[in-house]
Design a protein around this ligand. Structure first.
Ligand code: GAP
Length: 434
């Protein structure tokens, strides 16, 4: 992971938050390449979901009525059991005590510094803040710990305005916040992150059919990002691991450098959320099927994936080190469709006629492909920089190009070079980015 973290900084993917102030633990800023890659993944998810006739999108507020979190069960149940050391004042998760180290004596376990450990106490993971100028219990609200509730409270709004019939879904992408006790592994577990969640409302009689359907759709989606299939697997939650709302749950896991870990959760949330919101708000959230006259609270099949985690999996999966002519080549083999720079254009030298021709060619492509212009250093050095950025194609414009109207296109993965007519470039790339 250390190698990847340093590549991410060096190439402008991800920086430590507030770095010039010494950084803020577990908070990260996405640089020019990182944000582009993140947006490419997000757009792909959004299109996968909302280009379907049976899914609509929403963008709900991060701040919601505090009763939402009572209804959802988060006020009562979204907690980790914590134990304090009375001597060094450190806090530990009770369920991970055996893996934790004493901050004063890192070779020792909690309590071995001679401090007395308290009983476990429930610590709520929701971030709290105050709405308005008065900081009282009545003005206390939460930063949402999941986007899902914004979709549930809008269930009727979406269903009636869009005249949807079950089964239909609501997709949402947005920030979520959790005051995690043990954030870490770079951007894997952070306190501020982005989720891409889709809630699919179904007739309760058909819940298992749709659960199985979405399970398969979602693993296919991860594979279509270019992630190696052997690095993806399902993990089924045992009865004792199920969240308070779930009847059945599978995680899609990826084999990160630190082990198999969750990328996405697929849950059968039953009618738990809508029933609870009906109870707490006093508003009916039932669905009436006009054809069969059946009336019911739909069951929800949820697909919930972390955008940052997906990006981390894409980066880990793409990272390769190779030996080329006795030198180490570091290359990110990101699927061309998602690469933050898709084509880099290099004039061989800074001579005016080469610079002009390069700009002319680049301008033809920069509206369709994420493009970069690079004139600094030898062509070999420029290739290495683009390899580390994951750029699938580099186009070199040389002195012959002025005469034969051809350029050299170099492929990131095979390092093979093709000499292509400038007027054939559009067709050439059309094929490559299919
Ligand atoms: N609405 C259901 C829900 O929130 P979850 O399994 O708690 O389920 C869904 O979260 C996804 O959000 C996870 O699979 C993970 O990818 C991402 N996620 C959760 N907590 C995270 C954290 N602290 N940092 C980064 N991503 C996180």
């Amino acid at each position: 992971m250390k190698t990847l973290v340093s590549l991410c900084k060096r190439r402008g993917f991800i920086f430590q938050s507030s770095e010039i102030y010494g950084g803020l633990n577990s908070c990260w800023d996405y640089g020019p390449l990182g944000v582009q890659l993140k947006k490419n993944i997000e757009r792909y998810w959004w299109d996968t979901m909302t280009l379907r006739d049976d899914i609509e999108g929403v963008d709900a507020s991060i701040l919601m009525h505090p009763r939402v979190w009572e209804a959802s069960g988060h006020v009562e149940g979204f907690t980790d059991p914590l134990i304090d050391c009375k001597k060094c004042k450190a806090r530990f998760r009770a369920d991970a005590l055996s893996e934790a180290c004493c901050p004063e004596k890192p070779s020792k376990h909690p309590g071995e510094c001679g401090g007395e450990l308290t009983e476990a106490r429930a610590f709520n993971l929701m971030f709290k803040t105050y709405m308005g100028p008065v900081e009282t219990e009545a003005s206390r609200i939460f930063l949402r710990p999941e986007t899902a509730q914004g979709s549930y409270v809008n269930f009727l709004n979406v269903q009636t305005t869009m005249r949807k019939k079950t089964p239909f879904g609501i997709a949402q992408v947005g920030k979520a916040f959790r005051n995690e006790i043990t954030p870490g592994n770079f951007i894997f577990r952070t306190r501020e992150f982005e989720q891409m969640e889709m809630q699919f409302f179904v007739n309760p009689k058909e819940d298992m059919k749709w659960f199985d359907y979405w399970k398969e759709e979602r693993i296919k989606w991860h594979k279509s990002l270019g992630i190696h299939p052997q690095k993806l697997r399902f993990y089924e939650h045992g009865k004792d691991q199920l969240a308070h709302y779930a009847k059945q749950a599978f995680d899609v896991q990826y084999e990160f450098p630190f082990g198999w870990s969750e990328l996405e959760g697929i849950h059968n949330r039953t009618d738990y959320d809508l029933s609870r919101h009906e109870e707490f708000s006093g508003k009916k959230l039932q669905y009436l099927d006009d054809d069969t006259k059946e009336k019911y609270i739909p069951y929800v099949i949820e697909t919930a994936v972390g955008l940052n985690r997906t990006l981390l999996a894409v980066l880990c999966d793409a990272y390769h080190e190779e030996e080329v002519k006795d030198e180490k080549r570091v290359v990110l083999k990101i699927k061309p469709q998602f690469a933050p720079v898709q084509i880099a254009f290099f004039p061989l030298s800074k001579k005016d006629d080469l610079m002009n021709l390069t700009h002319n060619i680049k301008n033809r492509f920069s509206k369709k492909y994420f493009s970069q212009f690079d004139v600094a250093g030898s062509i070999g050095k420029r290739y290495r920089r683009q390899d580390e950025a994951g750029t699938p194609y580099c186009v070199t414009i040389d002195f012959d190009s002025l005469e034969d109207k051809k350029v050299t296109v170099r492929d990131r993965d095979s390092m093979k070079q093709d000499r292509i007519s400038i007027d054939q470039l559009e067709n050439y790339f059309e094929d490559k980015f299919k």
